[in-house]
Ligand binder design. Structure first.
Ligand code: UD1
Ligand code: MG
Length: 419
């Protein structure tokens, strides 16, 4: 079998986003769009990934894994020019090249793998992915001949009114014979309207030369969504969110109201946990089994929650580890904390973790009881089975010994608990 290498196009400005942030770094369900595309390249058996960067390339490079080769596109002269920038790396390549756009976060790796298989089976010069969509606006339209063979991709700006009605669009995923690709790129002429070199023009070129062109139509057109505007971003978010929630429900998590539950892509939740409405669970979070989360809870990155924990209404937890059977049922904030098991976090408990300069840690050991409306000014440590009386302020640097009872402002030890 021929070798496969991948080129990801990610140099564009993303003008239509109207943003200071490069388009490929805009996030969908907590992850930059480019990460979804990188995952595809990794999962389809590609030997190496080349990513073409340009606009704010230093910002983009931070997100790229070390094994990816970055290639700079100095002037943003279109998708064909972007591919050409990789020629130096691939000029002697005898294999196939998969080209992906950096702004398509919903691609399905099984469909891409199928495209590559079809490309090899048919020995085509190029194979590309298409989709039938309700609103083709903004995408390249597929022109076919009488026999149904794809003969060209026509960009929106160059299409007539009739051609714009074509609802089969170019997803922006192509598998090329590498040598043929770089050979043909030289013949692509600048598009007079946009003053760019269009990669899509290569289809007509190959067609006129009588080369074999294959297409694969995705069954699920949503997978082909290219994010060009904030509206597209919201659509991608909605589609992916539904997918994430479905997967969690199928794995045994109860989501009472999927309409108002927001869970990011990198979240793991154990069986029989119940997520109540209006809850936000951001990236990099692990939640155990049999927990109850929400309503109106916000869990932020870096949270680890053990089994049988309750995080109730109007709560926020950030960069915090919580042991099993701990209860935090109402109006509380825990940040940068290490909380043991069977701890009670009373209503209104706040960890004051930020001192204006840096974040500090709060440690609450097993079976401690934090009374309502307490403020813990980090760094502090509350010992095992210690009790903090309601309304106490535990001041910075305080270490409450195991089993001690503290009350007041500032909190002082008034007794010891027997255990
Ligand atoms: C492109 C396709 C269109 C297809 C659509 C699918 C072309 C000419 N058109 O249009 O047929 O339906 O994608 O989503 O290819 N980029 C560069 N350098 C450049 C220009 C763009 O790297 O000089 C990158 C962008 O960062 C982006 C990708 O190429 O990731 C596609 O560019 P974009 O401007 O989004 O093209 P579309 O108008 O969406
Ligand atoms: Mg696009």
């Amino acid at each position: 079998m021929k070798d496969l290498r991948t080129i990801i196009l990610a140099a564009g400005k993303g003008t239509r986003m109207k943003s200071a942030v490069p388009k490929v770094l805009q996030t969908v369900c907590g992850r930059p769009i480019i990460q979804y595309v990188l995952d595809i390249a990794k999962n389809v058996g590609s030997l190496k990934t080349y990513i073409v960067v340009g606009h704010k390339s230093d910002d983009v490079k931070i997100y790229l894994p070390k094994e990816v080769v970055t290639v700079e596109q100095k002037r943003l002269l279109g998708t064909a020019d972007a591919v050409k920038c990789v020629e130096g790396h691939l000029k002697n390549d005898k294999g196939d090249v998969l080209i992906l756009c950096g702004d398509t976060p919903l691609l399905n790796k099984r469909v891409i793998a199928e495209l590559i298989r079809k490309h090899r089976r048919t020995k085509a010069i190029v194979s590309f992915l298409t989709a039938i969509v309700d609103q083709p606006k903004g995408y390249g339209r597929i022109l076919r001949d009488q026999a149904g063979r794809a003969v060209a991709i026509l960009e929106e700006k160059d299409a007539s009114v009739q051609q714009r009605a074509i609802n089969e669009i170019n997803v922006g995923v192509y598998c090329f014979n590498s040598a043929a690709l770089f050979g043909a790129l030289r013949s692509i002429k600048i598009n007079p309207k946009k003053q760019e070199f269009y990669l899509t023009d290569i289809i007509e070129l190959f067609s006129k030369r009588g080369r074999r062109i294959e297409t694969l139509r995705t069954e699920n057109p949503a997978e082909g969504l290219g994010v060009n505007t904030r509206e597209d971003l919201a659509v991608a978010e909605r589609i992916l969110r539904r997918k994430i929630l479905k997967k969690l429900m199928l794995s045994g998590v109860t989501i009472i109201d999927p309409q108002t539950t927001y869970i990011d892509a990198d979240v793991k939740i154990g069986r029989d946990t119940i997520i109540r409405p209006c809850t936000f669970i951001e990236n990099d979070i692990r939640i155990g089994k049999n927990c109850k989360i929400g309503p109106f809870a916000r869990l932020r990155p870096g949270v680890r929650i053990g089994d049988e924990v309750e995080i109730g209404n109007f709560t926020e937890v950030s960069r915090t580890k919580i042991g099993k059977q701990t209860l935090m049922k109402h109006f509380s904030y825990l940040g940068d904390s290490l909380v043991g098991s069977k701890v009670n976090i009373g209503a209104g408990t706040i960890t004051a973790n930020f001192d204006g300069q840096k974040k500090n840690q709060t440690i609450i050991k097993d079976q401690a009881f934090i009374g309502s409306d307490s403020i813990l000014i980090a760094p502090v440590k509350v010992g095992k089975k210690a009790i903090v009386g309601a309304g106490s302020v535990v001041t910075k640097g305080k270490i409450i010994p195991d089993g001690s009872i503290v009350v007041g402002v500032p909190a002082r030890v008034i007794a010891r608990r027997k255990f």
